[in-house]
Design a protein around this ligand. Structure first.
Ligand code: SF4
Ligand code: SF4
Length: 527
């Protein structure tokens, strides 16, 4: 088991999740153009009341504290009050995410009676016309505000939810103020991720604007009496640290770490915007999925790629996994394209990376913590050395760091063998050869002698004995041994290199001090 996987499993078993969203239905009374669920009609075979209760039991067993009942529009589900009451009876904290249109005094009273802790109401503009246009139904702005007033009158806590687009970007502070004015306990500002009906829309704000808005929201949070929370722009915690602004949150992206979502038919996703169905609660209980699913385990390793992989804030922020997935089409561990920090990181890291790559070529200090020792030599911390190395790897400048043993000085001997093997026997013969612990490489080549391998032994006699044994066991008599008579060590030392700004793996591999005896080409059968 890899160290990362072990850490990930420990992570999930030690820390229960925080929050699960359940899209209780696909039915919706509005037609919002950004909807990630393409909501409208009820989906076929949505989870029944009994299945919903089993889900809630699994959520409880998995150690979650909060369950968000969302949709579609959850208030269109006839048994929503019973489900909320059941969640409450299990000791969960039920939250209801709604567009607010159906929050009549009677409905609010029933929600309160069922044990709802907070209601989240979507409001995208201070201008009723803009909101109604975006939500696709006239009067929805006023209905949402009436719903908020009904919650306030009934003493049911509520917060506002706004999704940021270029068209409402300038209104966010005014919406913060409106939230304070109408008695909301918070204003959660969602940064749009292009999925669902919103997929492909050029509706995402530019990274520069997003960075600016995050800073403004954090500053407002320090001054306003309610919680102002940027959501799905996990960089907000990096911005908070950089600007020394307070935030009570410990982690940016929660997907798979302490959050996930269940769809109306029981399908499980790491988050609403990460369009990757990973399992179904109709196949196995929710808590088993949460504990064991390989996508969740991978997300918990926090081993990101690209700039998120070398970022000093990666444990705090985590980058948006959904944006990485949407950008690449298949990689949820890549860098978050919304983050501007990469330019800053590039400027900071390049000079150190240049020093590190020069120093690495003369070998690592032979001490228990070589990277710490290297950092002391260069006047930086071990963490910065490791970041520089990760950056070099991410850029393709360094392909691999590995130990090289000088076999001769350790008393071993080796040879390169070449065998003439009938094509239909190659696989069987290769399997016999590969089972020898002294075989390090095994290659198929287009030559009369088509199978090549290296063999290491403790002495010349043992080497001869092993080759004889291989001939006998494989039935291939024509195996020749080509021992190295002289060793030529190729040392490529790059001095005062300027690392090309966009070096790629193909044009810039550094093979410092390479003395590998492996064949240069061919298909590896063992490597
Ligand atoms: S992956 Fe992105 S959208 Fe999903 S929870 Fe994380 S930050 Fe939010
Ligand atoms: S590079 Fe990635 S981990 Fe670092 S702040 Fe940006 S999004 Fe977060």
């Amino acid at each position: 088991m890899s160290e990362n996987l072990a850490r990930s499993i420990q992570h999930s078993s030690q820390r229960g999740g925080v929050l699960v969203s359940w899209n209780t239905t696909n039915a919706c009374n509005l037609q919002c153009s950004h909807c990630y669920r393409n909501a409208g009609q009820m989906a076929p075979e949505e989870l029944s009341f009994e299945e919903g209760c089993q889900l809630l039991q699994g959520v409880k067993r998995a150690g979650f504290r909060v369950i968000v009942f969302s949709g579609g529009e959850p208030l269109l589900r006839p048994d929503i009050f019973e489900l909320i009451a059941y969640a409450r009876s299990l000791g969960l904290r039920p939250v209801c995410g709604t567009n607010g249109v159906l929050l009549t005094p009677e409905t609010v009273a029933r929600l309160k009676e069922a044990g709802t802790a907070v209601v989240g109401i979507s409001l995208d503009s201070i201008d009723p016309e803009k909101h109604d246009h975006f939500r696709g139904v006239d009067g929805s702005w006023q209905a949402a505000l009436d719903g908020a007033a009904n919650c306030r009158a009934a003493g049911l806590p509520f917060q506002l939810h706004t999704t940021v687009f270029p068209w409402n970007y300038q209104e966010i502070e005014a919406l913060n103020d409106l939230a304070v004015e109408i008695g909301a306990r918070g204003h959660h500002v969602f940064f749009f991720v292009p999925t669902g009906r919103g997929r492909g829309r050029e509706e995402t704000i530019e990274p520069g604007l997003s960075e600016d808005l995050l800073a403004r929201l954090l500053e407002r949070q320090a001054r306003l009496p309610i919680e102002i929370k940027p959501t799905c722009a996990p960089q907000f915690l990096r911005v908070a640290r950089q600007k020394r602004l307070p935030s009570r949150f410990q982690r940016g992206c929660l997907a798979g770490i302490s959050y996930c979502i269940v769809g109306p038919q029981g399908d499980v996703y790491p988050c609403p915007y990460l369009d990757l169905k990973i399992d179904s609660i109709r196949r196995q209980p929710f808590d088993e999925i949460w504990k064991n699913n390989e996508v969740f385990l991978k997300l918990r390793t926090e081993q990101y790629e690209g700039y998120c992989g070398i970022c000093a804030y990666r444990g705090l922020c985590g980058g948006c996994r959904a944006r990485s997935y949407a950008e690449t089409g298949d990689n949820y561990m890549g860098e978050d394209p919304l983050c501007l920090y990469k330019d800053e990181q590039e400027d900071q890291i390049r000079p150190l990376a240049e020093q590190v790559i020069i120093r690495l070529q003369s070998g690592l200090p032979l001490v228990p913590k070589p990277f710490k020792a290297l950092g002391e030599e260069l006047g930086v911390t071990q963490g910065r050395v490791l970041r520089a190395i990760r950056w070099l790897c991410a850029k393709g400048i360094v392909r691999r760091l590995g130990a090289a043993f000088d076999l001769k000085s350790l008393g071993y001997t080796s040879t390169l063998c070449a065998g003439r093997v009938p094509p239909d026997r190659v696989q069987a013969v290769a399997e016999i050869i590969n089972a020898y612990p002294g075989v390090t490489h095994n290659y198929l080549r287009e030559h009369d002698y088509n199978l090549w391998f290296t063999l290491i032994a403790a002495s010349e006699e043992q080497l001869i004995h092993l080759i004889e044994e291989i001939r006998r066991r494989t039935g291939i008599g024509d195996i020749i041994s080509l021992p190295a008579l002289k060793t030529f060590k190729i040392a490529v030392n790059l001095r005062e290199v300027a690392i090309a700004p966009h070096a790629s793996q193909s044009d810039s591999q550094v093979g410092g001090n390479c003395s590998c005896s492996a064949p240069a080409s061919g298909h590896p059968l063992r490597n």
